[in-house]
Ligand binder design. Structure first.
Ligand code: 6PG
Length: 474
């Protein structure tokens, strides 16, 4: 007996995809770099269908019917190339390699072109839905040639989620189209999660509600037009209590959101295409801001709004001048931070104070202002952020009430002020003692077992969300 499809890479996603194929009556060849995982899969789940365990790549390939369909489920990047290099020489024209990981679409295009020359089909496919989805029905976004879809599509449609009997799987388009669409899906996922986190933060800090109360609010919303998987799991995460401390779970999670790259890629691709994906970009940057403890710590003492911030009778012109000045400071702080990060990354040893010095005259952004930046770096070469330098700190402290009024006015009057508004959000993000990034970590752990860190002890942890909801070390 030969297998209709094979899966190599049997970590949780690969294992669950293999089981899903088997549960749908397909014979599945299974292979893993170390045979232990393969054996484990067959021992634990062999009763669910027909698996053909293979110890070697050769055995694996020999057990597949033609055209061979080889699903690889390994880490994106080098591991994917390594597996392709291992299998491609064993395959024959017309066979296909299906990359079901979160690859960058440019890598997928490159791999497709290279394998086409050997007569092989390469199908980069998005698979969404986390571990549970892979087992019970994911959404599947295959790219690659129409011929490959003709031979592969029916199997994928079999194991995909169904809505009113219709499979959540379609041939997206040729070469990298599938992985491109999966990337944007993840970008949207980031934006969705960030918006939910902001909603929670507002209800908590402005509304004064507890996580348990907010969980109920989300449960209510989930029954209405906001009904969605992410809102549903948010309610679950917010109602979870930490067994060890008795505190709300979201309060023991370190508020630094992690990311594996797909959101960032979406923004990079959007910049290349000239498409304004500002919501996705804000979400990616909010994660990056949360994940920079050094700058956040340095900025922790920055002043917040004064008690009279909302008071009326303001002079719009004077307010706008203040908003302009404060937002300008933020823009320079961000730019200089980017220069410092690149300098560290590439070992350039750039002196940021020197940059300020040579920009004081001659160039387009020349201004008196740059002298203060130079002075700030002269005083403190390792400045974490311009915002914490005395001069800029005082300037923003003095400007911020007006700045907040301007952003509120812009919002109320329907005047787009993305520069002012996002600069203010950045300022408030940096100085926040706690960020709702902790909730994002909880969501990521819920749907993808991506783990989180605790505020009270080192190590990475995972909560068994689909099980007894106990916490285990990762
Ligand atoms: C999915 C998810 C999945 C993964 C994310 C997590 O569609 O099932 O998007 O692909 O969990 O890539 O991304 P981060 O680790 O970057 O948050």
């Amino acid at each position: 007996e030969k297998a209709q499809i094979g899966v190599t890479g049997l970590a949780v996603m690969g294992r669950n995809l293999a089981r899903n194929f088997a549960r749908h009556g397909h014979t599945v060849a299974v292979h893993n770099r170390s045979y232990g995982r393969t054996k484990e899969l067959v021992e634990e789940f062999g009763h669910e269908g027909t698996f053909l365990p293979a110890e070697s790549a050769e055995e694996f390939v020999a057990s597949l019917e033609r055209p061979r369909r080889v699903v690889i489920m390994v880490k994106a990047g080098k591991p994917t190339d390594a597996v392709i290099d291992e299998f491609a020489p064993l395959l024959e024209p017309g066979d296909m390699i299906i990359d079901a990981g979160n690859a960058h679409f440019a890598d997928t295009r490159r791999r497709e072109a290279a394998l086409k020359e050997r007569g092989l089909h390469f199908v980069g496919t998005g698979v969404s839905g986390g571990e549970e989805g892979a087992l019970h029905g994911p959404s599947i976004m295959p790219g690659g040639s129409p011929e490959s879809y003709a031979a592969l599509g029916p199997l994928l449609e079999d194991i995909a989620a169904k809505v009113d009997g219709e499979p959540c799987c379609v041939h997206v388009g040729p070469d990298g189209a599938g992985h491109f669409v999966k990337m944007v899906h993840n970008g949207i996922e980031y934006a969705d999660m960030q918006l939910i986190a902001e909603a929670y933060d507002l209800l908590r800090r402005a509304g004064g509600h507890s996580p348990a109360e907010i969980a109920e609010v989300f449960r209510g919303w989930n029954a209405g037009r906001l009904g969605s998987y992410l809102i549903e799991i948010t309610a679950e995460v917010l109602s979870q209590t930490d067994a060890e401390t008795g505190k709300p779970f979201v309060d023991v999670v370190v508020d630094q959101a992690e990311q594996k790259g797909t959101g960032r890629w979406t923004v990079q691709a959007a910049l290349d295409l000239g498409v304004p994906v500002s919501g996705i970009a804000e979400a990616v940057f909010a994660r990056a801001l949360s994940g920079d403890p050094a700058v956040r710590q340095a900025a922790a003492g920055l002043p917040g709004p004064s008690a009279t911030a909302g008071a009326g009778g303001a002079d719009l012109q004077a307010d706008v001048e203040q908003a302009l000045f404060a937002s300008k400071i933020v823009a320079y702080a961000q730019g200089f931070q980017q220069i410092q990060a690149a300098s560290t990354e590439y070992g350039w040893d750039i002196d940021p104070g020197d940059m300020a010095k040579i920009w004081r005259d001659g160039c387009i952004i020349r201004a008196k202002f740059l002298d203060y930046i130079r002075k700030a770096y002269d005083k403190q070469p390792g400045l974490a952020s311009l915002l914490v330098d005395d001069y800029f700190l005082d300037a923003v402290a003095g400007a911020q009430d007006a700045w907040r009024r301007v952003v509120a006015t812009a919002a109320q009057q329907g005047i787009p002020a993305p520069g002012f508004a996002s600069a203010l959000a950045y300022y408030d993000g940096l100085r926040a003692e706690r960020l709702p990034a902790a909730l994002i970590q909880g969501q990521r752990d819920f749907f993808g077992a991506h783990t989180y860190h605790r505020v009270d002890k080192p190590g990475a942890f995972h909560t068994l969300w689909a099980g007894d909801r106990n916490e285990v070390p990762a």
